[in-house]
Design a protein around this ligand. Structure first.
Ligand SMILES: Cc1cc2nc3c(=O)[nH]c(=O)nc-3n(C[C@H](O)[C@H](O)[C@H](O)COP(=O)(O)OP(=O)(O)OC[C@H]3O[C@@H](n4cnc5c(N)ncnc54)[C@H](O)[C@@H]3O)c2cc1C
Length: 386
């Protein structure tokens, strides 16, 4: 008998796993997750910085976070696996009035959508968070204590484990090589283990989403973009609960990782592509930004062999692309997270399950994030991208 499933999900990273979890939670049992690699987490999920925040500039992203963060907080009760959620907060620091006004406007919007605990900070407040900071040019900032970090691999495992407990199936080491459509409707997929028939197929292929969509003859505007991270050796004297600290002037940001730091910065010259080698010049840039903002960080030690790079999956307006394809009935997208796929994975799973099973969702306005927005000139630019 050829294999058949009610829903096939292509890609078992954190997003595909969350969709499988939410579908099975809603009673849809015959779900097949297909992963090309022999184990999960080898795509972007395993490379992530694990940051979660609701401090965004647009309603869609704020709502996605407002749905997701409480799930991370209760993750162990929900799935039996820890999420590693550490609510240490995100602290955005402004060094000019334009940035401060931007934070003021964003925090008003965040509050109006229900993010009660976000607050604006003065320079002195910020000094208290990290006394070693050079704060002479800081005009203020914004802080939200429910922002923080999670362990992406553990979240992915929790979603997958519960989905499998409820009847979903996971094929590892299996590549989807084609999506079949018949008279404008999905009929299944072709894989390296043979054909699978299905009326619903979800593209959750992370940075590879555009090539997966192309197998169905559909153009999806998602581009891979290299992103590098720099972990440091232990650094004594850090406060116990250091938030993610973002220097808005340079975009350089860092958080605590073990006894050291994990640092990142969006290289403005980075071009789209699949390269994931680590560039030593990037390490130097990070250390320069670090020493400029925190003079004591001039003594940070870094082992370049511990640095790594992965891929963001960029969409043209830095928002996810969620929902059905307008061209092929039964084909759904959960792509283009632009660096926010870990933090938005719970909301994404719920939205996709809602749209697949009921054709509607109340987590967000689904029209805002559908793929048609680009052709129809309705892009909603997210500017709070790190
Ligand atoms: C350095 C870095 C730091 C980041 N920091 C953060 C952060 O702080 N917070 C945050 O929220 N996000 C962050 N992100 C982004 C986040 O990691 C991604 O948005 C998220 O992991 C996307 O999950 P995914 O499941 O869609 O993709 P992936 O994890 O890439 O999973 C896609 C899977 O699809 C599989 N696949 C692809 N093609 C096929 C095929 N044809 N057949 C079968 N399987 C296939 C791949 O093998 C892969 O396992 C970061 C990313 C990077 C690279």
């Amino acid at each position: 008998m050829p294999k058949s499933a009610d829903v096939v999900i292509i890609g078992a990273g954190i997003v595909g796993s969350s969709i499988a979890f939410h579908l099975t939670e809603a009673g849809c049992k015959n779900v097949l997750l297909i992963e090309r690699e022999t184990r999960q987490g080898l795509g972007s999920t395993g490379k992530s910085m694990g940051g979660v925040r609701a401090q965004f500039a647009t309603d869609a992203n704020i709502r996605m976070s407002l749905y997701s963060i409480p799930i991370f907080a209760q993750f162990e009760e929900i799935t039996g696996c820890p999420s590693g959620y550490k609510p240490h907060g995100y602290l955005f620091m402004a060094t000019n009035d334009w940035h401060m006004n931007y934070l003021r406007k964003n925090s008003a919007r965040q509050k109006s959508l229900g993010l009660k605990k976000v607050e604006l900070l003065s320079r002195d407040d910020i000094r208290r968070v990290l006394p070693q900071l050079r704060a002479d040019d800081i005009v203020g900032g914004s802080f939200c204590p429910t922002d923080g970090f999670v362990d992406p691999n553990s979240v992915m495992t929790g979603f997958t484990t519960r989905a499998l407990d409820r009847g979903a199936e996971l094929w590892r080491g299996t590549e989807v090589t084609g999506i079949y459509a018949d008279h404008g409707a999905v009929s299944g997929v072709h894989t390296t283990k043979g054909a699978v028939s299905a009326r619903v197929v979800v593209n959750a292929a992370g940075p590879w989403a555009a090539s997966v969509a192309r197998t169905a003859g559909v153009e999806l505007p998602v581009e891979p973009l290299r992103r590098m991270l720099v972990p440091t050796e232990p650094f004594p004297g850090l406060p116990e609960r250091l938030p993610m600290i973002i220097d808005m002037t340079s975009g350089w940001h860092f958080r605590q990782e073990g006894l050291g730091l994990l640092m990142a910065w969006a290289h403005p010259g980075e071009q789209p592509g699949f390269r994931t080698d680590f560039d030593p010049a990037y390490l130097e840039k990070n250390l320069t930004h670090a020493a400029e903002r925190v003079p004591a960080f001039a003594n940070l030690a870094v082992n370049p062999r511990r640095c790594w790079a992965g891929l963001y999956e960029m969409s043209p307006d830095h928002h996810a692309i969620l929902g059905p394809s307008p061209e092929i009935r039964g084909l759904f997208f959960a792509n283009g997270f632009s660096g926010h796929g870990v933090m938005h994975s719970p909301a994404t799973g719920r939205i996709l399950a809602d749209l697949i099973l009921r054709g509607r969702t109340d987590v967000i306005d689904p029209d805002e994030l559908n793929v048609q927005r680009f052709a129809e000139g309705r892009s909603i630019e997210e500017t709070a991208v790190l």
